[in-house]
Design a protein around this ligand. Sequence first.
Ligand code: UDP
Length: 420
Amino acid sequence: MLQRVQVAAKPLSDYTHICSRDLLEEIRALAEPLRGARVAHLSATAFGGGVSEILYTLIPLLVDVGIECEWQVIYGREEFFNVTKLLHNALQGAETELTDEQWEIWLRYNEMNARELAGGFDVCVIHDPQPAAMRALAPEKAAGWLWRCHIDLSTPQQAALERLLPYIRDYPQTLFHHADFVPPGMRGKVNIVPPAIDPLAPKNMALAPSEAAYVCEQLGIDSGRPLLCQVSRFDPWKDPLGVIDAYRIVKQGRPDLQLALVGSMASDDPEGWELFNQTLAHADGDRDIHILNNFNNVGAIEVNAFQTRSEVIVQKSLREGFGLTVTEAMWKARPVIGGAVGGIPLQIEDGHSGFLVSSKEQCAERVQTLLSDPELGRQLGSAAKERVRERFLTPRLLRDHLRIMTDLLGGAHSGKAVAP
Ligand code: UDP
């Protein structure tokens, strides 16, 4: 049996003051005929990264509106996660090739997981490439299948994509963040659905500036001096070394500047520690560079505090599926400087709700501008918050999932209630 992830309860009614009444009514109307439908979400990990962040909110809300929804994590050993990390990188365009043997490992673990998956689901939602072959290997286990892609597939290594394509193209429905990420040759229905954040989660709830400053002080940040921050896994695509370089350029004119690199370690990310150590080495003992991770007790509240407290937030990614860290910081009305890649330009409108950059020099220049013009930072921050409120909060994502499930099941499911 696959491991089931326990999630907290979340009533949709808690979102009444944040979302429009129309949206909440649409959600309830869509959910009614789906009441009792059995739905499983499958992902590679329950810790670290955007997928787990989304599922910890989406699953309880689906349950609250009457879906029998559960989240299961696939089984894998280090050999599997080493391969899936390579695959992830190749699909995002890295110059890596997977050997036949590595593809065989990927398929073998998919077979094992497909065998272990209990059957009888109305819908199985498969997240990302790690378990993507499960549908092809055990189609009988669910009436309907969705593949949810969270990564930036805009410039993949063709060889890797071609090898993956036979396993993803026949899903009856797929979900991508961005039209540019949809590979040619998909045969099912493609939905463009950006992800979302939970405004009520501890990571995103409103923290008073003094509380945020207090939490950051405990982790070594001087409250009297400006702070630049990037929250990200230690992943080469997030370019932590480039962030340090940009900080160093700004530091020449602003010696009081501090930098925080906050990055959790995911259990399916063997590369993470290597880059963490490289980042430490690149910081070269600078006492104003704070490199923190979940092993320093940095959890959701601490991430919230850093995002709330920082004068400027950066997300200097070189590839990015969406970048929930951008959404989170925008929701806190912070000025955010993001790499002009993947899902980041979906969120930041350059010069209006943040800045988009394509090099460390440009990043440094924007940081300088924002540090010397706090009023500009406030304007960008408040436009950013409105943009997230309109587009990127979880109830909208819940609505989109319900619409797609309705479409997929065509009104028929095996649950307790019978669709009209
Ligand atoms: N995150 C966290 N602690 C960290 C680093 C990241 O909680 O130290 C969270 C972050 O707040 C965000 C998610 O992990 O919610 C990362 O999602 P994103 O889409 O930005 O990137 P991914 O890791 O999925 O590539």
